[in-house]
Design a protein around this ligand. Structure first.
Ligand code: HEM
Length: 546
């Protein structure tokens, strides 16, 4: 009897999925884009967790027409196939993958991509993003307009001097430590810099640099409370993002699950408590540290979230408790993981290409004896080569591989070969990483690290790449509000690190070429967690020499 029920239900389910597949196929045909049919249930949690572990071992053993149907439904495929392999196979820079559980349009055409990003109401944030980003409450990505108006002004020019100063001070402490401690702590150290800069600029708390807040944090002991425990938890969730979000809490808790998964579960459950402690401390600070009669605003992101939570303002802006928690998470994760990983890749690239360290140092040596933490306005403008290193790093290792949207109703897109009809339900991905490696946009040397390409040969000024071809911060009305902050933080940190010191790869054999190849292989083996990063940051072994 039970068997009959199970097999009956399974048959009905499979039949339903077969009909869905046919329905999706018909919708996909209407788009007029090339199609790729895949039998995989791309949204399945089991697939998204197991496939990255299994695929590497079978990749070379199966024909391309099978591999591509498996690869293109695994998170992060665009980095592995960033040189246009999939586009060549499918026959277009925009194509649609049809699966039994959904339709996925991948676009690496700059013109179409730009139109999609501009049309905010036609291409909206979808449920995928809600599931992934909304784990600690709703946020700016979800109730967009109201929250964006609250948050974006707090990432304006007004905080850049603080970002610059804190980044310089953090980087100074970090370099003093690393010169004495060659090995695998550089990338973890940069994560600490990024967390502390965010803590200072956005939350008004200064904390001195210490090595590696982000790695080796799977110990079961007490993680403390409030802001420190919150930052450590966010760093851990960012580092193990897919497992943290996709595996249900009751499975993470099972006694036979690995220790790190149980720690993630415990820490995620603690987040509401940490958030409450953070906001209580901010309230306390306002009441005790600021004298009566003075303006009680601290002018940081925490204070701003508090203000909007306490009352509905005259212009109708407010935040619920859930939104405060959600925004704090998006803010912390978006602001820290992206910038930390970009700085990490830049350092590895500069270690692999020491000639560009010299090129950058030439510029830095023209500045005062040191990069002054107090002189943001003067110094930032004088470091275009460092900014070019950032752009080139973001081009080759784009932290957010694509911008995700969902088709709202039925939409028309005018393409080079006519009009395309896109119908809901369909997820749309604008693939920045693939555009960034396109030789037709960046020239035959698109795969090479060459920060000099960012300068005009005649004027020797930084160039703007052709419109919509460079999208690390996305584009359109939802463009990253932290763009300038990340640039200021990057330039201050990298300039401070490289002004006085050189970074060398620690080789296993003593041969420089071997060390360089190891770095390149590690970067090639990057994976997309919350954002793109090298698989194991502690394996990047470097030596800093003054
Ligand atoms: C190199 C560093 C960074 C990169 C590459 C980056 C990239 C991005 C991208 C691609 C988006 C998605 C936009 C879309 O959906 O189209 C985004 C959104 C966002 N980023 Fe950044 N980001 C960086 C740094 C920062 C920093 C430092 C902060 C703040 C402290 C920040 C805060 C945000 C927020 C709040 C959003 C959501 C905006 C919205 O939907 O309106 N980001 N970022």
């Amino acid at each position: 009897m039970i068997l009959t029920i199970i097999s009956g239900t399974t048959t009905i389910y499979l039949l339903y999925k077969l009909l869905s597949f046919i329905y999706y196929y018909v919708l996909a045909l209407r788009t007029g884009f090339p199609l790729l049919l895949s039998p995989i249930f791309a949204k399945s949690i089991l697939w998204q967790i197991l496939a990255p572990a299994v695929l590497p071992s079978i990749r070379g053993k199966l024909p391309l027409w099978i591999v591509i149907r498996l690869e293109l439904v695994v998170n992060g495929w665009e980095f592995r196939w960033r040189h246009g392999e999939a586009q060549r196979f499918v026959g277009g820079d925009t194509f649609v993958v049809v699966c039994p559980d959904g339709l996925y349009m991948w676009c690496s055409d700059p013109v179409l991509g730009s139109v999609i990003l501009q049309r905010r109401k036609d291409f909206i944030q979808g449920d995928v993003v809600k599931q992934f980003i909304g784990i600690f409450g709703s946020n700016v990505l979800q109730v967009w307009q109201r929250q964006r108006r609250i948050i974006a002004p707090h990432l304006s020019e007004g905080i850049m001097a603080t970002v610059w100063k804190e980044s310089c001070l953090q980087a100074r402490d970090m370099i003093a430590y690393l010169v004495e401690h060659p090995g695998g702590e550089t990338l973890g150290g940069l994560r600490s810099v990024a967390i502390n800069v965010l803590g200072s600029a956005a939350y008004g708390y200064s904390q001195s640099w210490s090595p590696g807040i982000a790695y080796g944090m799977t110990e079961e002991g007490n993680w403390g409370s409030g802001r420190i425990a919150y930052f450590k938890t966010i760093a851990l969730v960012a580092d193990q993002f897919i497992a943290a979000v996709l595996i249900p809490s009751w499975i993470k808790k099972l006694p036979f699950m690995p220790k790190w998964l149980r720690v993630i579960d415990r820490q995620m459950a603690n987040v509401p408590r940490y958030v409450k402690e953070i906001f209580d401390a901010e309230l306390q600070k306002k009441t005790t540290e600021i004298p009566e009669g003075k303006d009680k605003h601290n002018n940081n992101v925490l204070d701003m979230l508090l203000q909007y939570s306490q009352k509905k303002t005259t212009n109708g802006l407010y935040l619920t408790e859930d939104e405060m928690s959600g925004n704090l998470w998006v803010f912390t994760a978006a602001g820290f993981d992206t910038t930390a990983n970009t700085m990490g890749y830049a350092v590895i690239l500069l270690a692999a290409y020491p000639e560009y360290q010299e090129w950058m140092r030439e510029e830095l040596c023209g500045l005062d004896a040191d990069i002054s933490p107090e002189e943001y306005e003067k110094c930032f403008a004088l470091c275009p080569r460092v900014l070019a290193v950032m752009f080139e790093t973001l081009r080759l290792f784009t932290p957010v591989l694509h911008s995700t949207r969902t088709v709202n109703g039925i939409q028309q897109l005018a393409g080079r070969k006519g009009t395309h009809i896109l119908s809901s339900p369909m997820d749309v991905f604008v693939c920045a990483q693939i555009m960034h490696c396109d030789t037709t946009l960046w020239g035959p040397d698109a795969a090479e690290f060459n920060p000099k390409r960012w300068f005009d040969k005649q004027t020797n000024l930084l160039i703007k790449p052709p419109k919509d071809t460079f999208l690390p911060w996305s584009g359109g009305p939802r463009v990253c509000p932290g763009m300038k902050m990340s640039q200021v933080e990057f330039v201050a940190t990298i300039a401070t690190l490289f002004r006085q010191s050189r970074c060398e790869v620690l080789t296993l054999t003593g041969k420089e070429e071997e060390g360089r190849k190891r770095l390149m292989d590690m970067m090639d083996d990057s994976i997309s967690k919350l954002t793109l990063q090298v698989r194991n940051g502690q394996e990047v072994k470097l030596r800093w020499v003054v």
